[in-house]
Design a protein around this ligand. Structure first.
Ligand code: BES
Ligand code: ZN
Ligand code: ZN
Length: 484
């Protein structure tokens, strides 16, 4: 897949490329008169009589090679609808032999300022494919030339590109199989993000032991790979003001450990590091677009394996916070990784807020499917900001309850708490309630359970099947709208 966008003005040598024109949904062609020659104009107006005008993208074959493409714009177009239209455009034309397109941006009604920007953003997001391990690559290349004056500003171009690159980086990480992207390899890749201007700190097992991060270490101890905590700092304000903090679950593969998962669909657990991948993709895009904020990303990287040295059900471990946890099920491991990461993030960075992301529970898929991530939070303001950002970029969240009445379900007889609720029910809430115990200083905190969102077997509006990158655009929007 490769999409080439060209903003050069002289397009006299592109007469044979497909011509893309925009018009209002009433298909009032007179506005197009000055943009096509008279025979093309009468050709289109004749053909329009026979076409289904409800279709958003209409094509007319001018010759065996060249098409005129009409994109109709409905009255109340949101940015997100424009993105979807761009994605639809990609799907419709990705297999065309004549793959050069000239977009006449002068045909866009004036009030739709950034239409080209959002249209191409959707188109590019949709075009992503993970075909690294295919010997035969599918070449769906499009070359797009933008003619006319209605172009995105340089600043917007940089912003869109940064978000695309961040999202693609997240999708790449999530798509990698467990034998390639184990914690050692993951930590190495994160180290390479220094080139984008991020400050990277890698804590390996030796350092984590010194710090007493035993709930994180316990999860990884059955694996031949290492366990890591990695911090990524972006100091866009060049001052010491409090950063925004993002924390991610990075379980590179979740077998369940000694509480082994059943074989069916266990392969899906290669995406159990998606929370961390969103944090990484977000940090990358903040750096690429030189966002005017301070932010820190913190990820816990482990592999949850059974083995001679693996953690046992019944083990009791002491977390970085000092609180003790009885491990009743080694498959409830994400919360153990996050527990240490959350306390450390709060104490070390004293952030304005913490948002964590994790493919934490199967139960959230039962409640919300693949439409909403579950949101659990101790802060109404942060929650509303996330809900609004989600509606805006079509990466939606739905707020679920936290309540001290759930606490009795995770209190343990032998330790301060246990890592599962034995009574049953409220699986996602008890997991979130567990996490909340590791926020020690009342920092505004939100937990996003993205188990149903990180991966899509069927694809969505802006992604083909596979890793979705859900969360990168949501958090970029949260930052852009409220903190920049
Ligand atoms: N990684 C899983 C959650 C998950 C399930 C993510 C399906 C994506 C798709 C998590 O570590 C887990 O195994 N959770 C258990 C918790 C249970 C043992 C309390 C679950 O959801 O069954
Ligand atoms: Zn698990
Ligand atoms: Zn897991």
């Amino acid at each position: 897949m490769s999409i080439k966008i060209n903003y050069k003005n002289n397009l006299s040598n592109k007469k044979l490329a497909n011509l893309v024109l925009f018009l209002n949904e009433d298909f009032n062609l007179t506005s197009l008169k000055k943009h096509v020659n008279s025979s093309e104009y009468s050709f289109i107006s004749d053909l329009l009589k026979t076409k289904d005008l409800k279709q958003r993208i209409l094509t007319f074959d001018i010759s065996s090679k060249k098409k005129i493409i009409l994109v109709s714009l409905e009255k109340n177009l949101s940015n997100s609808k424009v993105e979807n239209l761009g994605a639809k455009f990609y799907d419709k034309f990705k297999n065309l032999k004549q793959n050069e397109f000239v977009f006449n941006s002068d045909t866009i009604p004036n009030k739709l300022k950034n239409l080209i920007g959002y249209f191409l953003h959707g188109l590019k997001l949709k075009s992503y494919k993970f075909d690294k391990y295919k010997s035969k690559k599918n070449k769906n290349n499009l070359s797009i030339y933008i003619a006319g004056k209605n172009k995105p500003s340089l600043k917007d171009q940089i912003k869109f590109n940064a978000i695309e690159e961040g999202t693609f980086y997240t999708r790449d990480l999530v798509s990698e199989p467990g034998n390639v992207l184990h914690p050692d390899e993951y930590a190495k890749r994160l180290n390479s993000l220094k080139k984008d201007g991020l400050k990277i700190n890698i804590y390996d097992e030796k350092k984590l032991k010194k710090l007493d991060m035993n709930t994180l270490l316990g999860v990884g101890q059955g694996s031949i790979r290492g366990s890591y905590l990695v911090t990524m700092e972006w100091n866009g304000l060049n001052d010491k003001s409090k950063p925004l903090a993002f924390v991610g679950k990075g379980v590179c593969f979740d077998t369940g450990g000694i509480s082994l998962k059943p074989a069916k669909f266990m392969e899906d657990m290669t995406y159990d590091m998606a929370g961390s991948a969103v944090v990484v993709g977000l940090m990358k895009s903040l750096a690429l677009r030189k966002a005017k904020i301070n932010a820190v990303g913190v990820v816990g990287l482990v592999e949850n394996m059974p083995g001679g040295n693996a953690q046992r059900p019944g083990d009791i471990v002491k977390s970085y916070s000092g609180k003790t946890v009885e491990i009743l099920n080694t498959d409830a491991e994400g919360r153990l990784v996050l527990a240490d990461a959350l306390t450390y993030t709060e104490e070390r960075f004293k952030p304005k807020f913490i948002v964590d992301l994790a493919t934490l529970t199967g139960a959230i898929i039962v409640s919300l499917g693949s439409e909403y991530a579950g949101l659990f939070s101790n802060d109404d303001k942060l929650s509303n900001q996330l809900i609004n950002a989600g509606e805006n970029v079509e990466e939606k969240v739905w707020r679920m309850p936290l309540n001290k009445n759930f606490d009795k379900l995770i209190d343990s007889k032998n330790a301060d708490m246990q890592n599962i609720n034995y009574v049953g029910g409220a699986g996602s809430t008890t997991a979130a309630q567990f996490l909340q115990r590791f926020i020690l200083n009342k920092t505004p905190w939100a937990h996003l359970d993205i188990a149903g969102m990180a991966f899509s077997k069927y694809g969505g509006a802006l992604n083909s099947s596979g890793a979705t990158g859900y969360g990168v655009r949501l958090l970029n929007k949260l930052i852009e709208d409220n903190y920049e």
